[in-house]
Write a protein that binds this ligand. Structure first.
Ligand SMILES: [Zn+2]
Ligand SMILES: [Zn+2]
Length: 143
């Protein structure tokens, strides 16, 4: 699955395609440019876990985009975080994805197997049972 739009090479303006999801490689001059996802990964590898706000400030990648990486399971919120994203159906905390495993099961039955399993996220262990609705605004003030 490809998530990113092609970009123009900053050096020679050729169309670059995503190479390994973290880097764009220019087919014409070989220039490598990190993707937004690549910038976030590099930052997390260097700095350890950080809130979306800090990552956004440091990398210039928008909070909305960081949230979309969480929603599509490309990034995960660590277990020890205080801030999580919510299941789109019941609002329970999840570390990534769109639905908690329980809602995923229900939806799978309702949709008769047409449910996309890549949207299922893990519920953080420490907050199991605690309901928390996380909005983007809330995520921003906590940061
Ligand atoms: Zn180029
Ligand atoms: Zn749920």
């Amino acid at each position: 699955m490809k998530f990113l739009m092609p970009i123009k090479c900053p050096k020679c303006k050729a169309d670059c395609r995503e190479d390994d999801s973290q880097t764009y490689v220019c087919p014409s001059c070989g220039h490598e440019e990190p993707t937004d996802y690549g910038k976030v990964r590099t930052f997390l590898e260097a700095e350890g876990n950080s809130s979306a706000m800090i990552i956004s400030r440091a990398t210039g990648v928008s909070i909305g985009k960081i949230n979309s990486f969480l929603r599509n399971g490309r990034l995960e919120i660590p277990e020890e975080s205080d801030v999580f994203i919510g299941c789109r159906r019941c609002g329970i905390n999840i570390r990534y994805g769109q639905y908690c495993p329980e809602c995923a099961n229900t939806l799978k039955k309702e949709l008769q197997g047409e449910f996309d399993l890549s949207t299922v996220g893990a519920v953080p262990k420490k907050s199991s049972g605690r309901m928390q609705f996380m909005t983007k605004e809330k995520m921003m003030d906590k940061a």
